[in-house]
Design a protein around this ligand. Structure first.
Ligand SMILES: Cc1ncc(C[n+]2csc(CCOP(=O)(O)OP(=O)(O)O)c2C)c(N)n1
Ligand SMILES: [Mg+2]
Length: 317
């Protein structure tokens, strides 16, 4: 990655981290109801993968991919309005947990039912192939979600028809309270690519450059008409499944080990190696913090949605 790309990556990783801290605080004050799914530990995976796309490519983020939303140009204000489910949010205030799409930015996720998004993404990839757009489709799934049957169906279709689909398996070691060892006999999830006859690779998901490089390679493979790939990004879910979960089932030593590989800190260290000064890094950090604070204040100042919104787009017998 160039120095400019790394600065962009760092900024977007910080937006994700700061937004996370802000949502956690609001949750503790009961100002947010529903799930707050922490992104901490996943920032290099969501940002590095999304950065490998070009304009016009399609993306299906999941619940820990706020970094990808920021990379695609979603502003902190838009994100805050969505997550605080205010009037004017993309779900008209009916959801605050990231189940919004934005067609103008080619963001088509998030389908809540784990696994169900992959056949939809494969369909979007088929559309790109039939219409010869040259665009690719990037789709995320977790270590738990990757074991749902529909993922297999989507990959069967994508591999057989050589569709331009890239599946990112974000292996953060846990699916709610279930460790990977209790739901997959083979811990190397990228091995699943062998069965489909497509490339599969496992990368350090805390290393922004490793994530970006692997995704850029898979994107080129797809653009060249050679079909789908699987990339497994190894990360750690540093908090509970969502903020209601005290995650006492996760060994403390495991969290301590992974904390040494904190992706945000590692990216700052990389920037210093590339010649950025500590002052320049602090400036980027302060800018991200201020942007998020301003966005949260903005959203907090907006009214609740009108009550009749709750009756729109639902079937009432
Ligand atoms: C089919 C289905 N089953 C259960 C759920 C509830 N659920 C949402 S996220 C989640 C855990 C998913 O774990 P993983 O795929 O590893 O992703 P992570 O949350 O760790 O990022 C569960 C059980 C769901 N959304 N869809
Ligand atoms: Mg997981």
């Amino acid at each position: 990655m160039t120095k400019e790309q790394l600065i962009f990556a760092y900024k977007n990783m910080l937006l994700s981290r700061e937004f996370d801290h802000a949502l956690i605080n609001l949750y503790r004050q009961s100002k947010i109801v529903g799930g707050v799914y922490s992104q901490i530990g996943n920032e290099a995976s969501s940002v590095g993968t999304a950065m490998a796309l070009g304009e016009g490519d399609v993306i299906f983020p999941m619940h820990r991919d706020n970094g990808a939303h920021f990379v695609r140009g979603m502003t902190p204000r838009e994100m805050a309005v969505n997550f605080l489910f205010r009037k004017g949010s993309m779900t008209r205030g009916t959801d605050g947990t990231g189940h919004f799409a934005d067609a103008k930015r080619k963001i088509y996720g998030n389908v809540s039912h784990l696994g169900a998004m992959v056949p939809v993404a494969a369909g979007a990839a088929l559309a790109q192939k039939l219409s010869k757009t040259g665009f690719v489709v990037l789709n995320y799934i977790g270590d738990g979600g990757a074991s749902v049957g529909e993922v297999h169906e989507g990959l069967m279709m994508a591999s057989t028809h050589e569709l331009p689909l890239i599946l990112i398996i974000e292996n953060n070691q846990y699916a709610y309270s279930t460790p990977l060892s209790k739901q997959s006999h083979n811990p190397k999830l990228s091995d699943r690519a062998i069965g489909y006859g497509i490339p599969g690779v496992t990368v350090d998901g805390t290393d922004i450059e490793a994530v970006y490089d692997a995704t850029a390679k898979a994107v080129q493979h797809a653009r060249d008409g050679k079909g789908p790939s699987i990339i497994e990004t190894l990360t750690m879910r540093m908090r509970g499944h969502a903020e209601h979960d005290a995650f006492e089932y996760v060994p403390k030593e495991m969290l301590q080990e992974w904390d040494k590989k904190d992706p945000v800190r590692k990216t700052a260290e990389l920037l210093i190696k590339k010649g950025l000064s500590k002052i320049e890094i602090t400036e980027i950090e302060q800018e991200a913090k201020l942007e998020i604070e301003e966005a949260i204040d903005y959203a907090n100042g907006l009214p609740d949605p009108d009550a009749e919104e709750a009756f729109k787009n639902v079937f009432i017998a």
